[in-house]
Design a protein around this ligand. Structure first.
Ligand SMILES: *[C@@H]1O[C@H](CO)[C@@H](O)[C@H](O)[C@H]1NC(C)=O
Ligand SMILES: *[C@@H]1O[C@H](CO)[C@@H](O)[C@H](O)[C@H]1NC(C)=O
Ligand SMILES: *[C@@H]1O[C@H](CO)[C@@H](O)[C@H](O)[C@H]1NC(C)=O
Ligand SMILES: *[C@@H]1O[C@H](CO)[C@@H](O)[C@H](O)[C@H]1NC(C)=O
Ligand SMILES: *[C@@H]1O[C@H](CO)[C@@H](O)[C@H](O)[C@H]1NC(C)=O
Ligand SMILES: *[C@@H]1O[C@H](CO)[C@@H](O)[C@H](O)[C@H]1NC(C)=O
Ligand SMILES: *[C@@H]1O[C@H](CO)[C@@H](O)[C@H](O)[C@H]1NC(C)=O
Ligand SMILES: *[C@@H]1O[C@H](CO)[C@@H](O)[C@H](O)[C@H]1NC(C)=O
Ligand SMILES: *[C@@H]1O[C@H](CO)[C@@H](O)[C@H](O)[C@H]1NC(C)=O
Length: 322
């Protein structure tokens, strides 16, 4: 079987996504980067070009949403859609990208029968903050780059299913919500860039299980709380990767978490104290009115109470006069 590669990168092409590619069912690599393509990314890529391993649409002006149908590309290892004008959310169906969810991507190449064929490939990959040209060793790499778009909503928790991912760049979008709690499941992640979004909450403790991570950037978000500790994350000593957030503390920042946590506890205690006061006051008021209310409402009780008080008074008077 022949593996087909199509490089159109950096040629100044202008136009919509070429529909002629619908006939290229054997295409394994499609690099359309650095052109002036525009319009939507057609959903048919998911079904008509099913053998794609590499899809780069980087630095064009594609608009609209990322079609969920792309998750049907079961061979896809590299998806680069950075630097376009894509909107909407990251499809939850991405958790179905089979070849990115295999735990050890290397196993893929060992077991893949198509590996016996002559498979020459070459692509420019942007990761760990630099551009590298990968050749041949490519089949050992799995990654997603959706940076510099207009994507919004949450990072789907389902993305943590892609346990073969080695790099993930979602920086410079409008993503909000918290970072998925199970992100530590991405065991082979080497490069993670979530910078310049609107992410809130704490950095999940599971970060400490990202034992291959050597490039991280979560700056320019609204994150707060303690930076997780752990063998690998401890080696990332550049404080700028955490800069411009709402209240991160702990190593490598020179902000101690002691004060902030203390302040939070105090505030909690205060709230609890207030509640106690309310309950005591409510109890007193209720008890008081229960007693007097009864006296006012029930005539016979009122009379016997007054008689009782009168009687008491008589007894006291008698005792005193003695
Ligand atoms: C983003 O794309 C524009 C053209 O659409 C290009 O001029 C620019 O250099 C690209 N930026 C990066 C970081 O690739
Ligand atoms: C991209 O397309 C949008 C909408 O069609 C347009 O407003 C914007 O100017 C374009 N950007 C570039 C860099 O061509
Ligand atoms: C993933 O694929 C399976 C089988 O094709 C399908 O049943 C399931 O709904 C898909 N999941 C998502 C999130 O699309
Ligand atoms: C994947 O490869 C590792 C060693 O590289 C091996 O221990 C493991 O059993 C393999 N997994 C599968 C499913 O073949
Ligand atoms: C992520 O993408 C942005 C912009 O597209 C780039 O500047 C940055 O270097 C990338 N991050 C990593 C870790 O490669
Ligand atoms: C992450 O891993 C844990 C433990 O292996 C598992 O229970 C959990 O379901 C995983 N989460 C996701 C989103 O796959
Ligand atoms: C982190 O990301 C921000 C914005 O995306 C960028 O300006 C900064 O240079 C990055 N820092 C590192 C250390 O890569
Ligand atoms: C801080 O991050 C926000 C995004 O969360 C961004 O709008 C703002 O420009 C950043 N400020 C600086 C000084 O980088
Ligand atoms: C924490 O408290 C110490 C002394 O009580 C103070 O010097 C330091 O500035 C405080 N840090 C923060 C972040 O409030």
């Amino acid at each position: 079987m022949l593996s087909l590669l199509l490089y159109l990168a950096g040629n100044g092409f202008v136009g919509a996504f070429p529909s002629v590619l619908q006939g290229c069912s054997k295409l394994a690599t499609l690099d359309m980067g650095n052109n002036m393509f525009f319009g939507v990314i057609p959903p048919w890529i998911g079904s008509r070009v099913p053998l794609l391993r590499i899809l780069s649409l980087r630095s064009n002006n594609f608009t609209g949403e990322i079609p969920p149908e792309l998750s049907r590309l079961s061979q896809l290892q590299l998806l680069d859609m950075a630097n376009n004008s894509l909107t909407g959310s990251i499809p939850v169906t991405f958790s179905n990208l089979t070849s990115m969810s295999i735990k050890v991507p290397q196993n893929l190449s060992i077991q893949d029968p198509s590996n016996t064929m002559k498979y020459e490939d070459r692509i420019n990959i942007y990761w760990k903050g630099q551009e590298l040209i990968f050749q041949r060793t490519l089949r050992l790499l799995a990654g997603i780059d959706l940076s510099s778009n207009l994507l919004s909503h949450c990072i789907p928790e389902e993305l943590t299913n892609l346990q073969g991912l080695q790099f993930l760049n979602l920086s410079r979008n409008h993503l909000s919500c918290v970072i998925p709690e199970d992100i530590g499941n991405l065991t082979f992640l080497e490069s993670l860039d979530l910078s310049s979004n609107g992410l809130i909450g704490a950095i999940p403790p599971s970060f400490s299980s990202l034992s291959w991570l050597n490039t991280l950037n979560v700056s320019n978000n609204l994150l707060s709380g303690k930076i997780p500790t752990g063998a690998q994350i401890q080696t990332l000593t550049d404080p700028s990767i955490y800069s411009n957030n709402s209240g991160l503390c702990g190593f490598p920042l020179h902000i101690s978490c002691d004060n902030t946590s203390l302040a939070r506890d105090e505030r909690k205690d205060e709230v609890e104290d207030h509640w106690m006061y309310y309950f005591v006051i409510a109890g007193v008021v209720f008890g008081f009115w229960l007693w007097f209310g009864m006296l006012f409402i029930v005539k016979t009780w009122r009379c016997s109470f007054l008689l009782f008080v009168d009687g008491l008074q008589c007894k006291i008077m008698k005792k005193m006069s003695r």
